[in-house]
Design a protein around this ligand. Structure first.
Ligand code: NCD
Length: 307
Protein backbone atom coordinates (compact mmCIF):
# COMPACT_ATOMS: atom_id res chain seq x y z
CA UNK A 1 0.00 0.00 0.00
CA UNK A 2 1.20 3.47 -0.83
CA UNK A 3 2.54 5.44 2.07
CA UNK A 4 0.14 7.59 4.06
CA UNK A 5 1.89 9.47 6.81
CA UNK A 6 -1.11 11.55 7.89
CA UNK A 7 -4.84 11.26 7.31
CA UNK A 8 -5.99 14.88 7.36
CA UNK A 9 -8.93 14.49 5.01
CA UNK A 10 -10.41 12.46 2.18
CA UNK A 11 -8.80 15.19 0.14
CA UNK A 12 -5.43 13.43 0.52
CA UNK A 13 -6.70 10.07 -0.78
CA UNK A 14 -7.32 8.71 -4.26
CA UNK A 15 -9.54 5.79 -5.34
CA UNK A 16 -6.65 3.32 -4.97
CA UNK A 17 -5.50 4.41 -1.51
CA UNK A 18 -9.13 4.60 -0.30
CA UNK A 19 -9.84 1.09 -1.63
CA UNK A 20 -6.68 -0.24 0.05
CA UNK A 21 -7.83 1.20 3.37
CA UNK A 22 -11.31 -0.32 2.92
CA UNK A 23 -9.84 -3.73 2.05
CA UNK A 24 -7.58 -3.72 5.10
CA UNK A 25 -10.50 -2.55 7.27
CA UNK A 26 -12.65 -5.37 5.90
CA UNK A 27 -10.06 -7.91 7.03
CA UNK A 28 -10.00 -6.31 10.50
CA UNK A 29 -13.81 -6.37 10.60
CA UNK A 30 -13.75 -10.12 9.98
CA UNK A 31 -11.07 -10.66 12.65
CA UNK A 32 -13.01 -8.52 15.14
CA UNK A 33 -16.15 -10.55 14.48
CA UNK A 34 -14.33 -13.84 14.90
CA UNK A 35 -13.11 -12.71 18.33
CA UNK A 36 -9.43 -12.77 17.29
CA UNK A 37 -9.04 -9.14 18.19
CA UNK A 38 -5.48 -8.96 19.49
CA UNK A 39 -2.67 -8.06 17.07
CA UNK A 40 0.72 -6.60 17.73
CA UNK A 41 1.56 -4.49 14.68
CA UNK A 42 1.64 -1.35 16.87
CA UNK A 43 3.48 -2.96 19.81
CA UNK A 44 5.85 -0.38 21.34
CA UNK A 45 4.13 2.52 19.55
CA UNK A 46 2.35 5.33 21.37
CA UNK A 47 -1.01 6.66 20.30
CA UNK A 48 -2.34 9.86 21.85
CA UNK A 49 -6.01 10.73 21.48
CA UNK A 50 -6.21 14.52 21.71
CA UNK A 51 -9.85 15.58 21.85
CA UNK A 52 -10.67 19.27 22.14
CA UNK A 53 -14.34 18.51 21.51
CA UNK A 54 -16.66 15.94 23.04
CA UNK A 55 -16.93 12.56 21.47
CA UNK A 56 -18.22 9.16 22.43
CA UNK A 57 -17.91 6.77 19.52
CA UNK A 58 -14.98 8.33 17.68
CA UNK A 59 -12.70 8.57 20.72
CA UNK A 60 -13.67 5.15 22.06
CA UNK A 61 -13.21 3.46 18.73
CA UNK A 62 -9.76 5.01 18.14
CA UNK A 63 -8.82 3.83 21.63
CA UNK A 64 -10.09 0.31 21.00
CA UNK A 65 -8.45 0.23 17.56
CA UNK A 66 -5.08 1.26 19.03
CA UNK A 67 -5.28 -1.29 21.83
CA UNK A 68 -6.29 -4.08 19.48
CA UNK A 69 -3.14 -3.39 17.47
CA UNK A 70 -1.02 -3.47 20.63
CA UNK A 71 -0.24 0.28 20.95
CA UNK A 72 0.13 2.18 24.21
CA UNK A 73 -2.90 4.46 24.18
CA UNK A 74 -3.21 7.71 26.10
CA UNK A 75 -6.44 9.71 26.10
CA UNK A 76 -6.25 13.43 26.63
CA UNK A 77 -9.35 15.54 26.85
CA UNK A 78 -9.31 19.27 27.14
CA UNK A 79 -11.00 19.47 30.51
CA UNK A 80 -8.09 17.62 32.14
CA UNK A 81 -5.25 19.06 30.08
CA UNK A 82 -3.25 22.27 30.41
CA UNK A 83 -5.19 23.70 27.45
CA UNK A 84 -7.63 25.00 30.06
CA UNK A 85 -4.65 26.75 31.65
CA UNK A 86 -4.07 28.76 28.47
CA UNK A 87 -1.57 26.54 26.66
CA UNK A 88 -1.76 27.01 22.90
CA UNK A 89 -2.37 24.22 20.45
CA UNK A 90 1.25 24.37 19.30
CA UNK A 91 2.65 24.29 22.85
CA UNK A 92 0.54 21.24 23.47
CA UNK A 93 1.96 19.75 20.28
CA UNK A 94 5.52 20.41 21.39
CA UNK A 95 4.82 18.70 24.70
CA UNK A 96 3.39 15.67 22.95
CA UNK A 97 6.34 15.67 20.55
CA UNK A 98 8.78 15.49 23.43
CA UNK A 99 7.01 12.33 24.59
CA UNK A 100 7.84 10.64 21.27
CA UNK A 101 4.27 9.99 20.33
CA UNK A 102 3.92 7.99 17.08
CA UNK A 103 0.27 8.57 16.28
CA UNK A 104 -1.72 11.64 17.19
CA UNK A 105 -5.49 11.51 16.76
CA UNK A 106 -6.95 15.03 16.90
CA UNK A 107 -10.45 16.44 17.16
CA UNK A 108 -10.73 20.21 17.25
CA UNK A 109 -13.41 22.85 16.75
CA UNK A 110 -11.25 24.79 14.27
CA UNK A 111 -11.07 23.64 10.67
CA UNK A 112 -7.43 23.04 9.79
CA UNK A 113 -6.13 22.38 13.33
CA UNK A 114 -4.93 18.82 12.53
CA UNK A 115 -3.14 20.08 9.39
CA UNK A 116 -1.36 22.73 11.47
CA UNK A 117 -0.29 20.12 14.01
CA UNK A 118 0.96 17.83 11.25
CA UNK A 119 3.49 20.49 10.32
CA UNK A 120 4.76 20.74 13.89
CA UNK A 121 4.93 17.20 15.20
CA UNK A 122 6.90 14.14 14.16
CA UNK A 123 3.92 11.88 14.74
CA UNK A 124 1.40 10.80 12.14
CA UNK A 125 -1.63 13.01 12.57
CA UNK A 126 -5.11 11.60 12.05
CA UNK A 127 -8.03 13.99 11.78
CA UNK A 128 -10.89 12.84 14.02
CA UNK A 129 -13.06 15.81 13.01
CA UNK A 130 -12.04 19.46 12.57
CA UNK A 131 -14.69 22.16 12.70
CA UNK A 132 -16.94 22.00 9.66
CA UNK A 133 -14.06 20.79 7.47
CA UNK A 134 -13.55 16.99 7.41
CA UNK A 135 -14.06 13.76 9.35
CA UNK A 136 -12.28 11.29 7.07
CA UNK A 137 -12.54 8.12 9.19
CA UNK A 138 -16.31 8.61 9.41
CA UNK A 139 -16.60 8.70 5.61
CA UNK A 140 -14.37 5.61 5.32
CA UNK A 141 -16.43 3.65 7.84
CA UNK A 142 -19.60 4.72 6.05
CA UNK A 143 -18.13 3.52 2.74
CA UNK A 144 -17.11 0.19 4.26
CA UNK A 145 -20.60 -0.31 5.72
CA UNK A 146 -22.18 0.51 2.35
CA UNK A 147 -19.82 -1.81 0.46
CA UNK A 148 -20.60 -4.71 2.80
CA UNK A 149 -24.34 -4.32 2.18
CA UNK A 150 -24.52 -3.27 -1.45
CA UNK A 151 -21.55 -5.31 -2.64
CA UNK A 152 -19.90 -2.25 -4.18
CA UNK A 153 -19.03 1.36 -3.49
CA UNK A 154 -19.67 2.86 -6.91
CA UNK A 155 -22.69 3.62 -9.05
CA UNK A 156 -24.96 4.06 -6.01
CA UNK A 157 -27.30 6.97 -5.32
CA UNK A 158 -26.74 8.34 -1.84
CA UNK A 159 -29.02 11.02 -0.35
CA UNK A 160 -27.30 12.94 2.46
CA UNK A 161 -30.02 14.77 4.38
CA UNK A 162 -30.33 17.49 6.99
CA UNK A 163 -27.73 19.90 8.29
CA UNK A 164 -25.18 19.75 5.48
CA UNK A 165 -23.88 23.28 6.07
CA UNK A 166 -22.30 22.53 9.45
CA UNK A 167 -21.36 18.91 8.86
CA UNK A 168 -17.80 17.71 8.43
CA UNK A 169 -19.28 14.22 8.01
CA UNK A 170 -21.17 15.45 4.94
CA UNK A 171 -18.06 17.08 3.45
CA UNK A 172 -15.92 13.97 3.82
CA UNK A 173 -18.71 11.75 2.51
CA UNK A 174 -19.31 14.00 -0.50
CA UNK A 175 -15.61 13.83 -1.37
CA UNK A 176 -15.24 10.08 -0.89
CA UNK A 177 -18.53 9.02 -2.49
CA UNK A 178 -18.06 11.19 -5.58
CA UNK A 179 -14.41 10.13 -5.91
CA UNK A 180 -15.54 6.47 -5.95
CA UNK A 181 -18.14 7.16 -8.67
CA UNK A 182 -21.41 7.41 -6.76
CA UNK A 183 -24.26 9.90 -7.25
CA UNK A 184 -24.59 12.19 -4.26
CA UNK A 185 -27.68 14.22 -3.45
CA UNK A 186 -27.87 16.79 -0.68
CA UNK A 187 -31.33 17.24 0.79
CA UNK A 188 -32.47 19.85 3.32
CA UNK A 189 -33.82 23.37 3.79
CA UNK A 190 -32.01 26.16 1.90
CA UNK A 191 -30.63 27.51 5.20
CA UNK A 192 -28.82 24.20 5.82
CA UNK A 193 -27.99 23.23 2.23
CA UNK A 194 -26.49 26.34 0.70
CA UNK A 195 -26.09 26.36 -3.07
CA UNK A 196 -22.43 27.25 -2.60
CA UNK A 197 -21.76 23.76 -1.23
CA UNK A 198 -22.22 22.45 -4.76
CA UNK A 199 -19.43 20.14 -5.87
CA UNK A 200 -19.17 18.70 -9.34
CA UNK A 201 -21.84 16.10 -9.88
CA UNK A 202 -23.66 16.71 -6.58
CA UNK A 203 -27.37 17.53 -6.83
CA UNK A 204 -29.22 19.70 -4.33
CA UNK A 205 -32.85 19.18 -3.26
CA UNK A 206 -35.00 21.05 -0.79
CA UNK A 207 -37.80 18.49 -0.80
CA UNK A 208 -37.45 15.01 0.73
CA UNK A 209 -39.74 13.28 -1.76
CA UNK A 210 -37.74 14.51 -4.75
CA UNK A 211 -34.38 14.03 -3.05
CA UNK A 212 -35.05 10.48 -1.89
CA UNK A 213 -36.61 9.20 -5.12
CA UNK A 214 -34.49 6.30 -6.36
CA UNK A 215 -31.91 6.54 -3.55
CA UNK A 216 -30.02 3.38 -2.53
CA UNK A 217 -28.87 4.90 0.75
CA UNK A 218 -30.37 7.60 2.95
CA UNK A 219 -27.82 9.18 5.25
CA UNK A 220 -29.31 11.39 7.97
CA UNK A 221 -27.33 14.07 9.82
CA UNK A 222 -27.78 15.69 13.22
CA UNK A 223 -28.79 19.35 13.46
CA UNK A 224 -25.47 20.79 14.65
CA UNK A 225 -27.00 23.51 16.83
CA UNK A 226 -23.67 24.21 18.56
CA UNK A 227 -22.25 25.41 15.21
CA UNK A 228 -25.22 27.55 14.18
CA UNK A 229 -24.77 31.26 14.72
CA UNK A 230 -28.46 32.02 14.27
CA UNK A 231 -31.73 30.11 14.41
CA UNK A 232 -31.61 28.49 10.98
CA UNK A 233 -34.43 26.11 11.82
CA UNK A 234 -37.81 27.39 13.10
CA UNK A 235 -38.38 24.49 15.51
CA UNK A 236 -37.39 20.86 15.92
CA UNK A 237 -40.98 19.77 15.45
CA UNK A 238 -41.32 21.66 12.17
CA UNK A 239 -37.96 20.30 10.98
CA UNK A 240 -39.15 16.77 11.66
CA UNK A 241 -42.38 17.36 9.73
CA UNK A 242 -40.55 18.40 6.57
CA UNK A 243 -37.14 16.74 6.80
CA UNK A 244 -37.26 14.09 9.54
CA UNK A 245 -36.93 10.54 8.23
CA UNK A 246 -39.89 8.36 9.10
CA UNK A 247 -41.42 5.34 7.34
CA UNK A 248 -43.51 7.52 5.07
CA UNK A 249 -40.54 9.49 3.74
CA UNK A 250 -38.29 6.42 3.53
CA UNK A 251 -40.88 4.93 1.14
CA UNK A 252 -39.87 7.61 -1.43
CA UNK A 253 -36.45 5.89 -1.75
CA UNK A 254 -35.82 2.52 -3.44
CA UNK A 255 -37.65 -0.39 -1.75
CA UNK A 256 -34.31 -1.81 -0.59
CA UNK A 257 -32.83 1.54 0.46
CA UNK A 258 -30.83 1.44 3.70
CA UNK A 259 -30.65 4.09 6.40
CA UNK A 260 -27.48 5.52 7.95
CA UNK A 261 -26.61 8.07 10.65
CA UNK A 262 -23.13 8.89 12.03
CA UNK A 263 -24.56 9.52 15.50
CA UNK A 264 -25.27 11.03 17.90
CA UNK A 265 -28.92 10.88 16.80
CA UNK A 266 -31.62 13.30 17.81
CA UNK A 267 -34.61 10.98 17.75
CA UNK A 268 -37.77 12.74 16.68
CA UNK A 269 -35.80 15.62 15.11
CA UNK A 270 -33.95 14.25 12.07
CA UNK A 271 -34.94 10.61 12.45
CA UNK A 272 -37.83 8.62 13.85
CA UNK A 273 -37.02 5.73 16.22
CA UNK A 274 -39.13 3.35 14.18
CA UNK A 275 -36.72 3.77 11.24
CA UNK A 276 -33.51 4.11 13.27
CA UNK A 277 -34.15 0.86 15.15
CA UNK A 278 -35.43 -1.20 12.21
CA UNK A 279 -32.77 -3.92 11.88
CA UNK A 280 -33.86 -4.68 8.31
CA UNK A 281 -33.31 -1.12 7.07
CA UNK A 282 -30.92 0.61 9.47
CA UNK A 283 -27.13 0.28 9.28
CA UNK A 284 -26.53 2.58 12.24
CA UNK A 285 -25.19 -0.08 14.63
CA UNK A 286 -22.97 -1.60 11.97
CA UNK A 287 -21.51 1.85 11.23
CA UNK A 288 -20.27 1.94 14.83
CA UNK A 289 -18.84 -1.58 14.52
CA UNK A 290 -17.06 -0.71 11.27
CA UNK A 291 -15.62 2.39 12.95
CA UNK A 292 -13.24 0.22 14.96
CA UNK A 293 -12.11 -1.77 11.89
CA UNK A 294 -11.56 1.35 9.78
CA UNK A 295 -9.58 3.06 12.53
CA UNK A 296 -7.41 -0.05 12.91
CA UNK A 297 -6.68 0.11 9.17
CA UNK A 298 -5.86 3.82 9.29
CA UNK A 299 -3.60 3.56 12.36
CA UNK A 300 -1.82 0.55 10.92
CA UNK A 301 -1.28 2.20 7.52
CA UNK A 302 -0.09 5.53 8.97
CA UNK A 303 2.24 3.81 11.45
CA UNK A 304 3.86 1.80 8.66
CA UNK A 305 4.48 5.01 6.71
CA UNK A 306 6.10 6.65 9.72
CA UNK A 307 8.93 4.33 10.72
C1 NCD B 1 -20.10 13.50 14.13
C2 NCD B 1 -19.04 14.54 14.42
O1 NCD B 1 -18.62 14.71 15.55
O2 NCD B 1 -18.63 15.15 13.44
N1 NCD B 1 -20.18 12.46 15.03
C3 NCD B 1 -19.34 11.40 14.93
O3 NCD B 1 -18.15 11.54 14.86
N2 NCD B 1 -19.90 10.18 14.85
C4 NCD B 1 -21.40 14.06 13.81
C5 NCD B 1 -22.12 14.90 14.84
O4 NCD B 1 -21.54 15.38 15.81
O5 NCD B 1 -23.30 15.12 14.62
Amino acid sequence: MASLKHLLGIDGLNPVSATNLLDLAESYALLNRSGKTQRDSLRGRTLINLFFEDSTRTRTSFELAGRRLGADVVNMSVSTSSVTKGETLLDTAATLNAMNCDLLVVRHKSSGAPALLAQKVGASVINAGDGTHEHPTQALLDALTIRRHKGRISGLTVAICGDIAHSRVARSNILLLTMMGNFVRLVGPPTLVPGSIGVNGVEIFHDMEEGLKGADLVMMLRLQKERMSAGLVPSSREFFTYYGLDRKKLAFAKPDALVMHPGPMNRGVEIDSEVADDAARSLIKEQVEMGVAVRMAVLDTCARSNT
